[in-house]
Design a protein. Structure first.
Length: 394
């Protein structure tokens, strides 16, 4: 893997700027494209990075990863990456003045430090979720966000917030069409068969970092790294974070690698005004998936997912045939997603940059992560845990 020096990179950037016509550049990027780099070229970095590279307003300029084979995969799999500069250290990528934006797709425990460095370098930031693996990390991210350049967009990988279908469902809720929100459900049920054995393909000194998702310290565990999507939607639709939580959880199958302390959990969050939200999460389901949210009010129910939304309510012309007829006939409106919602999130990110309409998701991302950590703390301690207690824990 060839790695350019900082002097070579700056020389290349200077050469590009010399051929620009007056007024054609957006910031430092040639041909009005947003020049972006990817920090972390594992599976998620390559996936989101590919969507970014396909946006006609963007230009992939650099990739960064500690491991050469990950760089090689990025060069092969991401459109345009073959011509991108490659770095082993994120500080070097962030020091390049011709890079306007970065995708941070590193292990969760590194999100706060990488976010902090990107904010200090005054880059637009798209950081994968969650905001951190523990309370201290999330607080570090928030401190960095408070000091960030307000002219820069700060986005996190909570894609649902950019989905047209989720936004349509939220509009129905805000218009009062289901009445006062009184209860919410998030289902995060998915997974393959449970592992019965595992052999790391990596050297021992690299294995934990490369397989970070299996380790609580590095990922936060399944409720923080995976289920945070669902709790973010609960917070969004409730327009609040919970004040306390209770929960149960445990291990159904022997852990053969890593140290997860739960493969299922049932968390009850109490929100202001008596609203309650449930997180029901089960892993290792032999391929079965049920990932969605439901919102209940006296006048109707909303159901959201990454592929649709549905609005239900009382339908006068749908009488039940008998008491045992449990088929639902209450559907008022529904819509299917037109595309994978990560594309909607990426499109919004570049639109905000090109149109110079920055926004920051830092506070909401922190609340979603804190909410996940609150649920984890509740099932680990087997008692009620308040929001204030969680924040005092680090």
């Amino acid at each position: 893997m060839a790695t350019l020096t900082r002097r070579e990179a700056l020389a290349g950037a200077a050469a590009n700027l010399m051929i620009l016509k007056p007024g054609i550049a957006f910031g430092s990027q040639a041909n009005s494209a947003v020049a972006f780099g990817i920090i972390g070229t594992g599976g998620r970095g390559r996936y989101v990075g590919s969507h970014m590279a396909r946006d006609p307003r963007a230009r992939l300029t650099a990739v960064c990863d500690l491991f050469p084979d990950r760089i090689d995969k990025a060069k092969t799999e991401i459109p345009g990456a073959a011509a991108a500069r490659a770095y082993r250290h994120y500080e070097e990528l962030l020091s390049q003045p011709d890079i306007d934006a970065v995708l941070i797709a590193t292990p969760v425990f590194l999100h706060p430090v990488h976010f902090e460095a990107a904010a200090s370098a005054r880059k637009h930031i798209y950081c994968e979720k969650p905001a951190g693996a523990d309370v201290a990390g999330v607080k570090r991210m928030l401190r960095a966000a408070e000091k960030a350049d307000p002219s820069k967009t700060v986005q996190f990988g909570f894609q649902q917030r950019f989905s047209p279908e989720y936004l349509a469902a939220e509009k129905i809720l805000r218009a009062g069409k289901i009445g006062q929100l009184t209860a919410m459900m998030s289902y995060w049920i998915l997974g393959d068969r449970p592992m019965t054995s595992f052999q790391s393909p990596y050297p021992p000194e690299d294995a934990k970092l490369r397989l970070w998702g299996y380790w609580m310290e590095y990922s936060g565990g399944c409720i923080v790294e995976q289920d945070c999507h669902g709790v973010d939607v609960l917070n969004w639709f409730a327009a609040a974070h919970p004040v306390k939580a209770t929960g149960r959880g445990g291990i159904r199958y022997k852990v053969v690698y890593g140290d997860w302390n739960s493969d299922h959990h049932d968390i009850v969050y109490t929100y202001p005004n008596g609203n309650e939200g449930w997180l029901l999460s089960i892993k290792d389901t032999a391929g079965y998936r049920d990932v969605k949210e439901q919102f209940f009010g006296p006048e109707g129910t909303l159901e959201t997912a990454r592929t649709y939304y549905r609005w239900h309510g009382p339908i006068v012309n749908s009488p039940l045939k008998n008491a045992d007829d449990l088929r639902d006939r209450s559907l008022i409106e529904q819509a299917e997603s037109k595309r994978e919602i990560t594309i909607d999130a990426v499109e919004s990110f570049f639109t905000s940059i090109v149109e110079r309409k920055p926004y920051s998701m830092a506070a909401g991302a922190a609340e979603a992560t804190f909410t996940s950590l609150l649920g984890r703390m509740a099932y680990e301690t087997k008692r009620e845990v308040t929001w204030e207690e969680l924040l005092r824990s680090a």
